[in-house]
Design a protein around this ligand. Structure first.
Ligand code: UGA
Length: 436
């Protein structure tokens, strides 16, 4: 079996490497010449554990290739996956489909054989239908079928998520399209992964509904954490006590600085817009967007209040810059507004992130300094702010922190430290939702 993937970005590249690993012949079409050269040189455009090795192994096996020529990529392909970006459109938050339609048009005009055109990018409900109309209009001579195959992988564990998914969702309306997708995912039959076959609109909505629901869970526990602080309760026990109820589930109930990344913020906003446009507004989704924005905007104040003193001229160590651990993705990272507020307050910020420092530099105030390691960042700091949950931050023992830091205040926005141990080491410790 041979397939083409349009777009060598996050979703495209991971999907390409994983399908190739399943034994499929995959060609990736990438239009950005710099990215293409780097991919051909074996350099990954993103930080994702295991990706470089998987790409290298499958290229060596002759199952995976990269090209700038779209017609070469789609030659003989039974399915063509569109995995280009769908960023938020300026002024409103609708998903910008410029790249999706441009890619689809190019594929349709170049195709010389029938193929299934599959959207893997997250696209608004109704996009598949529009693509099917475009296909019928542009290529009445070819039987081009359209399918939706949304992706549920998480940054940082993308390969594992692709190889062992909870489910695969396929929106397709012909038996041929369904059978092509079923064949592609055949190796997952062995681990009994459910493959849910639906219509186009349903598959498109499942993706948004799943992300919005997870974002709502995180936002809910963040609000409960604030309430815990106000009433003297412990949010971890609240989450555990809720999560043992199988109807609620234990995952995605970890409080933090608010959700970020390339998916939740963009997809919640897009779902709110889709629902408004369909005159079936999702007030819950709108509220999740607003509550999360306010949480991130309030981080600076939260940290300054925790410091209990003027930050002007004081050295503040910030550990973690990306939107979570395990990634270099800075998109909508809570660290950005937090650091902006601290810089505004005159703090001398020394930041460290194991993967995201290069990506962070152009986005953060010029006054921020960067350390080469976590211990270097905390050296001489009066205040420590933990933004993400990398294991190397967890490993910082209280005694080591006490020896390295000048001050004794910790704001741990991921609850990675043990409050009792920190307090007995002499720290004023502020977690999230665990009292003060
Ligand atoms: C998310 C979804 O989890 C994937 O299923 C989906 O495929 C992906 O979006 C996408 O649409 O492409 P991702 O953005 O990589 O994946 O990251 P998550 O691990 O889900 O975290 C999202 C945000 O929620 C992060 O800011 C994270 O720190 C936060 N979070 C998550 C919490 O604060 N608490 C939690 O308990 C879980």
């Amino acid at each position: 079996m041979k397939i083409a993937i349009i777009g060598g970005g996050y979703v495209g590249l991971v999907s390409a490497a994983c399908f190739a690993e399943f034994g499929v012949e995959v060609m990736v079409a990438e239009t950005d010449p710099v990215r293409l050269d780097r991919l051909r040189a074996g350099v990954m455009p993103i930080y994702e554990p295991g990706l470089e090795e998987l790409v290298a192994a499958n290229r060596a096996a002759g199952r995976l290739g990269f090209t700038g020529a779209l017609d070469a990529a789609i030659a003989g392909a039974q399915a063509v996956f569109i995995a280009v970006g769908t960023p938020s459109r300026r002024g409103g938050g609708h998903a910008d489909l410029t790249y999706v339609f441009a890619a689809a048009e190019q594929v349709l005009t170049s195709l010389d054989h029938p193929a299934v055109l599959v959207t893997k990018s997250t696209v608004p409900v109704g996009t598949g239908r529009k693509l099917a109309q475009l296909a019928a209009a542009l290529r009445p001579d070819l039987a081009v079928e359209v399918a939706s195959n949304p992706e549920f992988l998480r940054e940082g564990s993308a390969i594992g998520d692709f190889m062992r998914p909870d489910r695969v969702v396929v929106g397709a309306e012909t038996e041929h399209a369904r059978s092509v997708l079923r064949a592609l995912y055949r190796p997952l039959n062995l681990i009994e992964t459910p493959i849910l076959m639906t219509g186009l609109e349903t598959a498109e909505l499942i993706k948004y509904a799943a992300n919005a629901f997870l974002a709502m869970k995180v936002t809910f526990i963040n609000e409960m954490a604030d309430l815990c602080e106000a009433v003297g309760a412990d949010v971890h026990d609240v989450a555990r006590g809720m999560g043992f109820d199988g109807r609620i589930g234990r995952k995605f109930l970890h409080p933090g600085p608010g959700f970020g990344g390339s998916c939740f913020p963009k997809d919640t906003l897009a779902l709110a817009r889709i629902a408004q446009d369909a005159r079936a507004p999702s007030r819950l989704t709108e509220t999740v967007v607003a509550v999360n924005e306010a949480r991130k905007a309030g981080l600076g104040r939260r940290i300054i209040d925790a410091a209990g003193t003027e930050l002007r001229g004081r050295r503040v160590a910030v550990l973690g810059l990306a939107f979570k651990q395990g990634t270099d993705d800075m998109r909508d990272s809570p660290a950005i507004p937090a650091i902006e507020a601290l810089a505004e307050a005159g703090a001398h910020i020394v930041a460290y992130d194991p993967a995201a420092m290069e990506a962070a530099k152009p986005l953060l105030p010029a006054s921020v300094r960067y350390a080469a390691s976590a211990p270097e960042a905390i050296k001489g700091a009066e205040l420590l702010v933990v933004m993400t949950e990398w294991n190397e931050f967890r490993a910082l023992a209280p005694a080591r922190l006490a020896a390295a830091m000048r001050g004794r205040i910790i704001v741990d926005l991921r609850n990675i430290f043990d409050p009792a141990a920190m307090r007995s080491a002499g720290f004023v410790y502020h977690g999230v939702g665990r009292g003060h």
